[in-house]
Design a protein around this ligand. Sequence first.
Ligand SMILES: *Cc1c(COP(=O)(O)O)cnc(C)c1O
Length: 364
Amino acid sequence: MDPRNLPQTPELMIAGPGELHLDDLEVLGHQVIAHYGDVWSELHSGLLDSLSEFLGTKVSPYVIPGTGTTCLDAAVMNLFVPGDKVAVARTGFFGSRLSEIALAQGLEVIDVPVEIGEPVDVQALAGAAEGTAGILTTHVETSTGVRHPIEEIAAMARGNGLTCLVDGIASVGGETLDVEAMGIDALVTSTQKGLESPPGLGVIALSEGGREKIDNLPTRPKSWYLDLKVWDRYREDWPWHPHPVTMPTNLVIAFYSSIRRIASEGLETYIKSRAELASYVREGLQKLGLQMVPRDGFGANLVVAVHSEDPAVIIDHLAERGIMISGGLDPLAGKSFRVGLMGRTANFQMADRVIEEVSSALTG
Ligand SMILES: *Cc1c(COP(=O)(O)O)cnc(C)c1O
């Protein structure tokens, strides 16, 4: 296939990535620039400052080439040492992945079951986590579209002296979060979901408590690339090149452009309008007789997950009309479909088209 002449592809309303806004797309197409020097270091530090504001951190966050998962790996290995015991909330597909990541790094994992569609039971999690080093959980579980009570989970962790690591990949940009105020040790996110930027970067944000835990880790991670102390060293020693590797400059500047666009609207306003859009989609689909996966009041803002007996019919019908939505993921594979509300297409006109086409798919 000729990369300069791609076939027409559907508009994305999948559970990530989202399409870029056209202004950010233009920035992405800028000629490659050097990943060091005055212009670059000003761009890079501007981005980190904006992210700090978005996430509520006093500690400067890390932007690392890779994806969100790269940063989940990094967060786990910088906060825990092999042999540590952790409790993982099995919120769904991505909750299970947290468990796999912890196991891959030699941690001992206590899985805490979470019913499909239900929020994490904070008391049950607290009980299971007794005597462990920490808790790992998703904020929004993308496979079920459930928003978990992150403030309560983090407060419980802090109260019990447990490290709290949060996968916020499907929440940042769409949900209220404040890393320092909530006492989350490390929050991880990606660029391509609520932050409406190209995929290819991950973010780790630390609270002061998390920073201290990383500084006091008894042994360094068995990785050079993902050891945050290596990243710190370059920030300190090489301020003109404040990272150990060549940054994907186009991705970073497109990311910064998107962050500034969201900031110019105001992050709170942005989150509120996304919450309204998600409610609108849920209500529209409920009127068609469909049942949402999340229990009422726990539906996320960036992804709407819907029970369906025959999701393929609906997904194919929409695809034929130029809109791509997502199928279900384990444990709801073949039993659900999901509508992503991120990026250029996250608007009421597109929501109306989706609802209308789902309706026409249902009535055959
Ligand atoms: C998308 C997603 C991931 C995977 O993120 P990548 O950026 O593809 O690594 C992990 N967790 C959640 C909750 C997600 O929605």
